[in-house]
Write a protein that binds this ligand. Structure first.
Ligand SMILES: NC(=O)c1ccc[n+]([C@@H]2O[C@H](COP(=O)([O-])OP(=O)(O)OC[C@H]3O[C@@H](n4cnc5c(N)ncnc54)[C@H](OP(=O)(O)O)[C@@H]3O)[C@@H](O)[C@H]2O)c1
Length: 230
């Protein structure tokens, strides 16, 4: 079986399980101390993956913010921030989005086989386009990332992406941060959609750690035997 990277899902959600607001406005769920913790996790990874909707809605930079962490990576011969990865079916992403234009590292776009030619035209100077299959399967994506030297992958959402990694049993760890408020609007994106998850009332996930960080709580779930304690 091909090697796939150690895969860590990272997510912040409201008490009622939403990833953000129903409006395009970006909703801050976490606090500064937790953002710094997430920055440290980013710095420990070889690649960060987000879904195309997150690139479109949030325009994230996905860079390591701390100067000392960037320098530490450089001293280890690594790019200052991990490689950036996204998946898309429709290939309707703006090549001038911060995902593509910030940071010197490689950016990878996995798309359906039928969209590879269109994607290469659109992203020719800003990203490496990879045929992800028809349809794109996350297992294939992670195995390909493993072939490209990614040993530790951080998946930062959104919900459609998290759902596939969980249902396909590709996650070794889930880092779930719960913010102390409700969104209360079912039009907002949820942490996960419907599906047959490997963890259910018959097979309970293992809680690896609970940590209070100011007004939020971090829950770390061990989802495979590869789970790494700090
Ligand atoms: N709170 C948090 O920690 C957090 C983190 C990240 C994001 N978010 C929020 O989550 C929201 C987005 O979540 P979301 O669930 O709507 O979307 P998402 O998971 O970010 O992205 C979904 C999109 O990714 C592409 N995609 C996913 N799986 C695919 C597959 N197997 N094959 C091909 N393409 C695939 C498709 O793009 P195309 O439409 O281009 O085909 C799909 O529409 C954002 O509004 C953001 O604010 C919150």
């Amino acid at each position: 079986m091909p090697d796939r990277p150690y895969t860590l899902l990272s997510c912040g959600m409201s008490i009622d399980g939403y990833l953000g607001a129903a409006t395009p406005r970006r909703l801050q769920l976490s606090n500064d101390a937790d953002f710094d913790r997430v920055d440290a996790v980013r710095a420990s990874c070889d690649a960060i993956l987000v879904g195309a909707a997150t690139v479109r809605n949030d325009n994230p930079r996905l860079l390591v913010r701390s100067k000392s962490r960037r320098e530490e990576r450089a001293a280890r011969g690594l790019p200052a921030s991990p490689r950036k990865v996204t998946v898309t079916e429709r290939v309707q992403l703006d090549p001038t989005a911060d995902f593509f234009t910030t940071g010197e590292m490689e950016k990878l776009v996995y798309c359906a086989s039928s969209r590879v030619v269109a994607a290469r035209l659109r992203f020719q100077s800003v990203a490496t386009v990879v045929d992800g299959g028809q349809p794109v399967e996350m297992r294939r994506v992670t195995e390909d990332l493993g072939d490209r030297g990614v040993q530790r992958l951080m998946v930062e959402g959104g919900g459609k992406v998290h759902t596939q990694f969980l249902i396909d049993d590709l996650a070794d760890e889930l880092q779930l941060v719960v913010a102390p408020f409700f969104v209360g609007d079912s039009r907002a994106p949820r942490f996960v959609g419907d599906g047959r998850f490997p963890w259910n009332f018959r097979r309970r996930a293992t809680l690896g750690e609970v940590r209070q960080i100011g007004d939020v709580v971090l829950l770390r779930y061990a989802l495979s035997s590869r789970f790494q304690t700090d």
